[in-house]
Design a protein around this ligand. Structure first.
Ligand code: TQI
Ligand code: ZN
Ligand code: ZN
Length: 169
């Protein structure tokens, strides 16, 4: 079953068109942009919110960045595996990914020869759930289930994820 953060924070009702931006210093590739575009679409397909990329990082609602180790928000990253990413509850819009992971951006994570390969799209869909206000789910099939096996891809919302996000929005 789905859950919310304490106090059930969500993006305000009047704010339905959200913008997002990537940390300029990351110089993310078009394929990373495409991964996030698909991840946002999974959520916007089931709730009345839209997500549009902007280059105006400073004023974007959702700010996405890759960081390594301590990056001064009290939640340092830890190198390969362990913590993969984190996001803060709404309406902060902060989504950080561990720059030390072996991210699989294109192609099939199951086919990667890298033992510690992590599927970026799977993590992006999960973290966007947190950005929107979902906590973890007890259902193994759910995107918001708190663990994923390495070498696995899970990018489609489960019924439980859809129910949870539709309660919020
Ligand atoms: N990062 C945790 C996560 O996003 C951070 C975290 C731990 C957290 N406890 C939390 C966030 C409670 C909100 C509420 O879940 S993680 C997965 C999964 C992680 C794990 O690096 O462990 C994914 C990030 F589900 F695959 F294990 C993304 Cl998809
Ligand atoms: Zn961080
Ligand atoms: Zn999580």
């Amino acid at each position: 079953h789905y859950s919310f953060f304490p106090g059930t924070p969500r993006w305000p009702a009047g704010k339905t068109d959200l913008t997002y931006a990537f940390l300029p210093a990351n110089n993310v590739s078009d394929s990373v942009r495409a991964v996030f575009s698909r991840a946002f679409q999974k959520w916007s397909a089931v709730i009345p919110l839209t997500f549009t990329e902007t280059s105006a990082y400073g004023v974007a609602d959702i700010r996405i960045g890759f960081y390594s180790g301590d990056h001064n928000d009290g939640e340092p990253f830890d190198g390969v595996l362990g913590t993969l990413a984190h996001a803060f509850s709404p309406p902060t819009g902060i989504l950080h990914l561990d720059g030390d992971e072996n991210w699989v951006v294109e192609g099939d994570v199951a086919a990667s020869s890298v033992v510690s390969a992590v599927d970026l799209e799977s993590v992006a869909v999960h973290e966007l759930g947190h950005v929107l206000g979902l906590g973890h789910s007890s259902e193994r099939e759910a995107i918001m289930y708190p663990t994923i096996s390495t070498g696995t891809s899970k990018v489609d919302l489960a019924g439980d994820d859809v129910e949870g996000i539709q309660v919020l929005y």
